[in-house]
Write a protein that binds this ligand. Structure first.
Ligand code: SAH
Length: 266
């Protein structure tokens, strides 16, 4: 691969989609084959990660020792590799700019005058519900959709999320990173008078070979999670659309998630 300035490489912030290798974009697939180095964490999922070439791959995923350190390390490593003249794919689960700190990486690259390209991916927030037959909008049931992090503690005074306002949108709420604090934010929504019977779905590891879905209501959210033993990565869909699945289930045909990319070439 070449860039216009041949002393500095280019960084590609690439979305891997929710995990099924068939949902990588053609561009992501091409860049994975040609990049000098691929930096990834765990979120792209086992099917995609197991097919990456070991000799060009670095794992910069979370480890014991603190997320903050890891993010700074990743930021710095991207700059360092680009300055060595390497073309680098920073592979991120879903879409690189939907949570997951892709924005911070982009700003760090710009501050260090490293050319970069953003390659969008299918966000788990959209594709996850989609493959299970849950549309995020519906002419009669939901005219808006809000993506929100469930990671913040809703009882904290400094929380940036206004759950009262979210309870009142009448649209669909998609919560990412919201397994651990499910009871806190569903409690906040109930406290803001959102209908306890509002349908809710928890989707774990969407499009991975061991994906799962559990459905309930806003009021039964925690029991639904605990009964199914839902763990991260998972998304929470709150709103009438979560029930659509029941009406389409009989005719919704799922292709089995592919096991690995480029298997035939290896
Ligand atoms: N950029 C990613 C989101 C990163 S934040 C995207 O666009 O999908 C990490 C959160 O994403 C997880 O905690 C989980 O809520 C969600 N997530 C990512 N991949 C997922 C998957 N395959 N199934 C369910 N949730 C997923």
């Amino acid at each position: 691969m070449t860039t216009t300035d041949d002393t500095v490489g280019r960084v590609y912030l690439v979305g891997s989609g929710p995990g099924d290798p068939d949902l990588l974009t053609v561009k992501a697939h091409r860049l994975l084959e040609t990049a000098d180095v691929i930096l990834h964490d765990k979120l792209p999922g086992p099917a995609i990660l197991s097919s990456l070439p070991d000799d060009r791959t670095e794992d910069v995923g979370k480890r014991a020792g603190g997320d903050r350190t890891r993010q700074e390390y990743t930021n710095e490593r991207l700059v360092e590799l680009a300055r060595e003249g390497k073309d680098v794919v920073r592979l991120k689960g879903g879409d690189p700019f939907v949570f997951g700190r892709g924005g911070e990486e982009a700003i760090h690259l710009a501050e260090n005058e490293i050319p970069f390209t953003v390659v969008p991916g299918v966000s788990s927030a959209v594709g996850g519900p989609g493959v299970f037959g849950i549309p995020l909008t519906h002419r009669e049931h939901a005219s808006s959709v809000t993506f929100v992090t469930g990671h913040e503690d809703p009882t904290k005074a400094e929380s940036a999320i206004d759950w009262n306002a979210l309870a009142a949108t009448g649209g669909t709420l998609v919560v990412l990173m919201g397994v651990g604090k499910l009871g806190d934010y569903t409690g906040a929504l109930l406290g803001a008078d959102m209908d306890p019977e509002t349908p809710l779905a928890l989707i774990e590891r969407a499009t991975w070979s061991d994906e799962r879905i559990a459905t309930g209501t806003l009021a039964t959210a925690v029991a639904t999670r605990d009964r199914a033993g839902i763990e991260p990565p998972a998304i929470t869909i709150i709103g009438p659309v979560a029930k659509t699945r029941e009406s389409v289930a009989e005719w919704l045909v799922r292709d089995a998630p592919a096991t690995a990319i480029g298997e035939e070439d290896r």
